[in-house]
Design a protein around this ligand. Structure first.
Ligand code: BES
Ligand code: ZN
Length: 896
């Protein structure tokens, strides 16, 4: 859709559909230039709503024929809808037949039916099915699908769609066909087809319930050896959903297909998931530990949608978090359960919170802020956001914590008893949770709890402690507030579970006894903050304690508390809650960073005082802590996270201060980094498990630090060793880590290493993506990155139409390299504007994601702010913008 048609859709305007579609029988004659689609539907009026014409959605279709009950009919076109006004009255079923054609080879948006490497794929969520045929393309219309695919057999030997293969055979002229029937009703966004030259890894499994299933992972010939991890992840996902939630696979056959041209990560089409190759293909020589972990979690995520999303779906797209927030929560829990140890679980939790705070908190404070259940949108594709996903998952996690693990399982059970096979709302989910747990704090505070779904913005919780030595009591006062967001000037109080403990001056956990209680109840408790302000008093406290608040990040809020440096050092050294231990270190580092950033003129060196370095060394050398956890503690807060804490952002200064801090950490702990590197080698066969990956992560950080230190000292030993490691590494994690250490320290060995890396992996698209991303994301030295990025775009392997490749260069620069992107000459912003406009001409979804890179422009210091506004205005001035990009830049420029 192009300019002029953009109208906002309002949540409260929801009305049930005027017709139901009971069955759909689709026949495809697949041809890249012109595919014919015969769509036979059996529909019936929805007698619950006033009689009205049938309006079917359709986009970029050529309509050849419409028939009603076997005969001709009158119809008209209105905008992008096919309108039938004279359908028979009453409740008798109506047979509707629509014949259209479309051009998959010309589909550069990768929404609807498209061709990638001579293979047909579909992507229908959210509104792509209307680009395949005319339909009631909305999630509350659930139908039974039968699909016949016909195509040239030599070119397209594999023909797949949802459900079970019921018939297949040869046709004349070298063609063949396959007929598929889906046993489950589904909304149109879950439809899929795939046709091409593919091969599959197959696995038969028996479920707990005793049923047999066939699992298949389809890839291009040559990629088969790289599918083992995806298949293992799929088997683990099936077993996990049965064990943890009693949810079994409801299909005889479950297929995953990988494609290298995909806008998103992966898609949960019923029984036929379609994945970006990035989240399927892995071998130790081409994929890093992070890739392995991502594959496990994305395979899990899409599989878990089979129940949370597909069996119970969304009534309308405002309810998107019903399936996405819940399914992210489920995939997070799956990854934690797979990781095993408490420490590995904590590491996963910290990683998830880091994403929430560096991406979602800024979204919630910026022009695109919206509630977990939004109230309006122009383009639904713009609302697949970290708020819907990550904050939505936090809202589910709070419910989990408020009703307990078993209570949550009961709530899920009731949710399925009530709503299986239906399209429902976020309210229906929380209601089931509360009804299954009537005595829980969730049930007691249900109405105010629901504000997490309706109010945008990140709440702030301020904590103040008062110790009374005479009475031996400690009173904690918690107060909450939430800043205004677009369209929501004031907020009502949230229900905020604050999990906490108290530490003595010696670091020991203090038993918690609330005033009035006869005895202590362990060393950890939860206060549910429901009022603007609440106080709680603990008795029998012998000395001034240090509060450990919001343990495990028990609510998605910003916690403000006047910790002294000594308090934070105590928490970092002793807290029994690993999350807060990490958090204490981050707070200390943040404090040092912000002090230097805000200091007038040059900052004082050294930036890192001895106490801080000593504490970091203690963590690094602590034999009781896991390597993965150490790596997180020893990593300074990101530039994006530091920026979020400041009212006015000078990205260059943030970058310079953080780099200076890193350099000091590298030099001051030099001997410790050598020790860490040597002690955390992983000899023997490569295994991507959490423990081995943690060791490699810490060794990788150590190598990065040793190269940084060498940059200052002129030492050649460690860069040399790093180059050697780069050449000899037995896996991609170590090889890429070494390469990144050389590039990150701008060593002269970086260029030969990059060349060698490219030569080694010239035929591995996913590895080349890493190669591009590393260079576009490298630390800026005197403005050298933008010219490098421009040069990368002229490289023979650069293709802007491939989303992964476009992201590897353009997004790595604009989104993930603030020190290089924010230039005082505005050239980074001009580059951004050019790319948004360029991408928008063929793929609005990808363009619109890039447009979001400027969300926080209002916080920038001059001259960045003015230059940023000019760049955004230049994009907004383009008259042919897609709705996707138009919505983002309009919000961005809107007065607050
Ligand atoms: N349903 C989405 C895929 C999707 C997203 C379709 C946006 C249409 C528009 C899928 O379940 C999903 O959430 N995928 C994520 C990865 C996931 C692990 C969070 C993605 O593609 O980024
Ligand atoms: Zn999802």
């Amino acid at each position: 859709m192009r300019e002029g048609q953009a109208t906002a859709i309002q949540r409260l305007d929801y009305t049930a559909p005027a017709f139901w579609i009971d069955t759909v029988d689709l026949t495809f004659d697949l041809d890249p230039a012109k595919t014919r689609v015969l769509n036979k539907m059996r529909i019936r009026r929805n007698l619950d709503v006033p009689a009205q014409p049938l309006r079917l959605d359709g986009e970029e279709l050529n309509l050849a024929r419409v028939m009603v009950n076997g005969g001709g009919t009158s119809f008209k076109m209105e905008d992008n809808q096919l309108v039938l006004e004279n359908l028979p009255e009453g409740d008798a079923p109506i047979d509707l037949e629509i014949f259209t054609t479309c051009a998959p080879a010309k589909n550069t948006q990768l929404s609807g039916l498209y061709v990638s490497h001579d293979t047909f794929f579909t992507q229908c969520e959210a509104e792509g099915f209307r680009r395949i045929t005319y339909f009631l393309d909305r999630p509350d219309v659930m139908a039974s699908y039968t699909v016949t695919l016909r195509a040239n057999k030599a070119l397209y030997p594999v023909l797949l769609s949802n459900g079970n293969l019921v018939e297949s055979g040869d046709l004349e002229d070298g063609r063949h066909f396959a007929k598929w029937a889906d046993p489950h009703k589904k909304p149109s966004y879950l439809f899929a087809l795939v046709a091409g030259k593919l091969v599959a890894r197959e696995q038969q499994i028996k479920s707990r319930a005793g049923n047999n299933h066939l699992l298949q992972v389809f890839v291009r010939p040559g990629d088969l050896e790289k599918t083992e991890h995806a298949m293992n992840s799929l088997m683990a996902s099936v077993a996990w959903d049965e064990a943890r939630f009693g949810l079994s696979l409801d299909l005889d056959r479950f297929m995953i297909v990988a494609t290298s041209d995909f806008n998103m990560g992966a898609m949960e089409n019923k029984g036929l998931n379609i994945f970006n190759t990035k989240y399927v293909l892995a071998s130790q020589s081409t994929a890093t530990d992070v890739d392995y972990a991502n594959i496990e979690s994305v395979v899990g995520h899409e599989y878990f949608h089979n129940w949370t999303g597909n069996r119970i779906t969304c009534r309308d797209w405002f309810q998107l978090s019903l399936k996405e927030g819940l399914t992210v929560f489920r995939d997070q829990e799956f990854s934690m359960d797979m990781a095993g140890s408490d420490s590995a679980r904590a590491v996963k939790r910290i990683e998830d919170v880091r994403v929430l705070r560096t991406v979602q908190f800024p979204e919630d404070a910026g022009p695109m802020a919206h509630p977990v259940r939004p109230d309006s949108y122009v383009e639904i594709n713009n609302f697949y956001t970290v708020t819907i996903y990550e904050k939505g998952a936090e809202v589910v996690r709070m419910q989990h914590n408020l009703v307990g693990r078993d209570g949550f399982a009961q709530g899920m059970k009731l949710y399925f008893e009530r709503h299986d096979g239906h399209a429902v709302t976020c309210d229906d989910f929380v209601q089931a949770m509360a009804d299954a747990n009537p005595d829980s704090p969730l049930a007691h505070h249900l109405e105010p709890f629901k504000r997490w779904y309706s109010q945008a913005g990140t709440p702030r919780v301020r904590a103040e402690g008062q110790y009374n030595a005479d009475a031996r009591t400690y009173t904690l006062t918690l107060s909450q507030s939430c800043p205004a967001t677009p369209g929501q000037p004031t907020k009502q109080p949230f229900v905020i579970p604050v999990s906490l403990g108290l530490l003595g001056a010696d670091g020991r956990a203090i038993a918690l006894q609330q005033e009035g209680d006869s005895e202590a109840s362990g060393t950890q408790g939860t206060i549910v903050l429901t009022e603007p302000s609440m106080s709680i008093t603990f008795a029998n406290v012998d000395s001034q304690p240090v509060p450990s608040l919001l343990r495990g990040f028990s609510a998605p809020v910003i916690l403000e508390c006047d910790f002294s440096d000594a308090d934070l050092l105590n928490l970092l050294a002793h807290d029994t809650d690993p999350f807060n231990r990490w958090e204490a270190g981050q707070r200390l580092a943040l404090r040092l960073a912000t002090a230097a950033i805000q200091a007038p003129g040059e900052w004082q060196q050294p930036l890192l005082p001895p106490e801080f370095l000593e504490a970091m060394r203690d963590v690094l050398r602590n034999p009781a802590l896991d390597a993965a956890f150490k790596e997180l503690v020893l990593t300074l807060p990101s530039e994006a996270y530091i920026a979020e804490q400041l009212d006015e952002v000078d990205p260059q200064r943030i970058h310079a201060v953080r780099e200076a801090m890193r350099a000091e950490l590298a030099s001051a702990l030099h001997a410790d980094w050598i020790w860490a590197y040597e002690e955390h080698q992983t000899p023997g066969a490569y295994r991507p498990d959490a423990a081995s990956a943690g060791r490699r992560a810490l060794a990788g950080l150590a190598l990065t630090m040793l190269c940084l230190a060498a940059r200052q000292s002129g030492d050649t030993l460690w860069p040399g060793k790093t180059y050697q490691r780069f050449k000899d590494a037995g896996n991609m994690t170590d090889r890429f880590g070494a390469l990144a250490a050389l590039v990150g320290s701008d060593h002269e060995l970086a260029q030969p290493a990059l060349q060698r890396f490219h030569a080694m992996f010239r035929d591995e698209a996913l590895v080349l993506d890493k190669w591009f991303a590393l260079q576009a994301g490298a630390p800026d030295r005197n403005g050298n990155i933008l010219p490098a990025v421009r040069a990368l775009m002229t490289h023979a392997d650069f293709q802007i139409k491939n989303p992964n490749r476009a992201r590897s260069v353009i997004f790595s620069y604009c989104n993930a390299n603030p020190g290089a992107f924010h230039r005082a000459d505005g050239a980074g912003y001009a580059y951004w504007a050019d790319r948004v406009l360029e991408l928008d001409t063929f793929n609005p979804q990808v363009a619109s994601r890039l447009a979001r890179a400027m969300d926080r422009w209002r916080k920038l210091a001059e001259p960045y702010r003015t230059l940023a506004r000019e760049a955004i205005e230049r994009v907004a001035a383009q008259s042919t913008l897609s709705n996707d990009v138009r919505e983002v830049v309009t919000r961005s420029l809107a007065d607050e």
